[in-house]
Design a protein around this ligand. Structure first.
Ligand code: GAR
Length: 201
């Protein structure tokens, strides 16, 4: 059997996207990669509980000085020979020196159709608030590779989601997660993991 790509999922909060990846691995949808590590910059992130329940190793790296923060993350990834880094609600903008270490090996999920409502300052609920304020009728989610430009790397997958009359940011966020994020993020993990395992052969 081919060796699976080793995935590290970086989180800061609730971890529903992490859960979608864990579930995809269980169901066999994600078969070319395995979640080997969940790393959080917040020690009370519920995502850590989800990881522990699934028997996945966890580590907390709290923010301090930016350079050492990123160095500490890199050490944790290298220690476990991680092949693919997945940002799943990781509310930190990574520097060029970090992203340059993993070209086309860092995925991020963003809750809009990039290039709309993205970049610095657009994260979490703020994205949906901006979409509703603009009055767009369609929004969605994007999975993209991460480079030094916030939300600026190559797009891997996108899925559109309808905005409905009377939506609140919370209602829209939930629909975008259910209909788009939780589908395209695991699918993108499989796509990139497969490529990595083929390159390893
Ligand atoms: C998700 O909607 C994700 O797309 C968003 O934060 C939420 C995290 O939820 N990420 C960003 O806005 C990044 N710019 P989760 O912790 O339940 O996966």
């Amino acid at each position: 059997m081919k060796e699976k790509a080793k995935i590290a999922v970086l989180v800061s909060g609730g971890g529903t996207n992490l859960q979608a990846i864990i579930d995809a691995e269980k169901s066999g949808l994600l078969k070319s990669g395995t979640v080997a590590l969940v790393l959080s910059n917040k020690k009370d992130a519920y995502a850590l509980v989800r990881a522990e329940k699934a028997g996945i190793e966890t580590v907390v790296v709290e923010r301090g000085d930016r350079a050492t923060f990123e160095d500490r993350i890199v050490k944790e990834l290298e220690k476990r020979s991680i092949d693919l880094v997945v940002l799943a609600g990781f509310m930190v903008i990574l520097s060029k020196s970090f992203t340059d270490r993993f070209p086309n090996r860092i995925l991020n999920v963003h809750p809009s159709l990039i290039p709309s409502f993205c970049g610095e300052g657009f994260y979490g609920l703020k994205v949906h608030e901006a979409a509703l304020a603009k009055g767009v009728k369609v929004t969605g989610a994007t999975v993209h590779f991460v480079n030094e430009i916030p939300d600026g790397g190559t797009i891997v997958m996108q899925k559109a989601v309808e905005v409905k009359e009377g939506d609140t940011p919370e209602v829209l966020q939930r629909r975008v997660m259910e209909e788009a994020e939780w589908k395209i993020l695991p699918a993108a993990c499989e796509l990139v993991s497969k490529k990595i395992t083929e390159e390893k052969k």
